[in-house]
Design a binder for this molecule. Structure first.
Ligand SMILES: *Cc1c(COP(=O)(O)O)cnc(C)c1O
Length: 357
């Protein structure tokens, strides 16, 4: 059996079937159904945020967030993320402007934002990459000073807290992805976190073609999610604390077996309650990384180069040089981390990495 970077967690089938029975009994399969609303309520409670709007994926969540805040112009974002972060900006006819990342957290460097601001800047779109927090306080200060909106791509930050506060409670809006590869998932899905009932209602309309019943407000899109997707989320949510605990154990094994190596890992500040969503390691150079990948591949082990290349280097964007992000991107590898990965497997992976170093 190959070992991939991640493996989708599936809850006990009987639990999912119980929800299917509810769907069959009601005959209601989509369009803001009972299970979607129940999941939204439970997620708001679990995450400690005021309003959660479920959508069909994490990319449409970003696009709807940009629409909901009327963003059109330049959006300052990070070069170190999954490509969906900038695709959403481009699809909404805005221009991503890159601010380089910090060497310590791999998140956007708040001290590099100001230099990227022009009279066309409308928003800042940082990513809590791997679930590690951006400098939310500094970013908030800049947004106030320059009258900019802030949207956090929180696709990796499910359940992360800083000093007891949900990381997803910052910014004008935060978005989540509930794709099958993420820590908490609904097969496909995502969410937008809002802070006022008016904004939550606007997002509800935007994701439902821009209308409610016979009242038409604006040109919306179809960003709804179905009862079948919500059912998966409702099965997983009560188990998510346990899943995080198990990931934490695997994370600890890597820490143990990789200790003493010349590998850089993110260094978040104090006060973080982490979700153990990724295990990135930065090799001393790209050659060492490629050697490790090749050795792992011989053993059917497939880590991923999250995130490579740096987004400012993509052929369809016109990004300025971001030397830190480009350097980290070339050297970073996410090691396999999923439920059911055994200590002996972590040990074997670590040994191969060690040999390559
Ligand atoms: C997964 C991911 C997305 C996109 O989410 P989808 O649900 O797959 O559309 C966006 N941003 C980041 C940082 C991601 O990792």
């Amino acid at each position: 059996m190959p070992i991939n970077v991640t493996k989708t967690y599936l809850p006990p089938l009987e639990e999912y079937v119980k929800y299917l029975e509810r769907i069959w009994a009601s005959g209601w399969v989509t369009n803001n159904g009972e299970l979607v609303q129940e999941l939204e309520t439970r997620l708001a409670e679990y995450l400690g945020v005021p309003y959660v709007q479920l959508v069909s994926n994490g990319t449409i969540a970003l696009q709807i967030a940009l629409k909901a805040l009327d963003i059109k112009g330049e959006v300052i974002t990070t070069p170190f993320s999954y490509v969906a972060t900038i695709n959403s900006i481009l699809w909404e006819h805005s221009t991503p402007i890159f601010a380089d990342i910090e060497d310590r957290t791999f998140c956007m460097d708040a001290d590099k934002i100001e230099a990227a601001i022009t009279e066309r800047t409308r928003a800042i779109l940082p990513v809590h990459v791997y679930g590690y927090p951006c400098d939310v306080i500094k970013i908030h200060g800049l947004a106030e000073r320059y009258n900019l909106k802030v949207i956090y791509d929180g696709a990796h930050a499910f359940g992360c807290e800083v000093n007891g506060d949900s990381l997803l409670d910052y910014g004008d809006l935060s978005t989540l992805s509930f794709h099958a590869t993420k820590l908490f998932h609904t097969v496909e899905g995502g969410a937008i976190i809002a802070h006022t009932p008016e904004m939550a209602d606007k997002i509800l309309k935007l994701k439902s073609f821009g209308h409610r019943y016979d009242d038409y407000y604006f040109a919306g899109i179809n960003g709804k999610n179905s009862e079948f997707h919500a059912a998966m989320g409702l099965c997983i949510l009560p188990r998510v604390d346990g899943l995080i605990q198990q990931r934490r154990q695997i994370f600890g094994w890597y820490d143990q077996y990789l200790s003493g190596l010349e590998l850089q890992v993110p260094q978040p500040g104090n006060g973080l309650k982490y979700n153990y969503s990724y295990y990135p390691v930065v090799f001393k150079d790209e050659d060492t990384l490629l050697r490790a990948m090749n050795e792992l591949k011989q053993k059917q082990i497939f880590p991923r180069r999250y995130f490579y290349p740096a987004l400012n280097r993509l052929p369809f964007v016109n990004g300025a040089v971001c030397s830190v992000a480009e350097d980290i991107s070339a050297r970073v590898l996410c090691l396999p981390l999923y439920l059911g990965l055994e200590e002996t497997q972590v040990q074997a992976i670590s040994q191969i990495v060690k040999a390559a170093c």
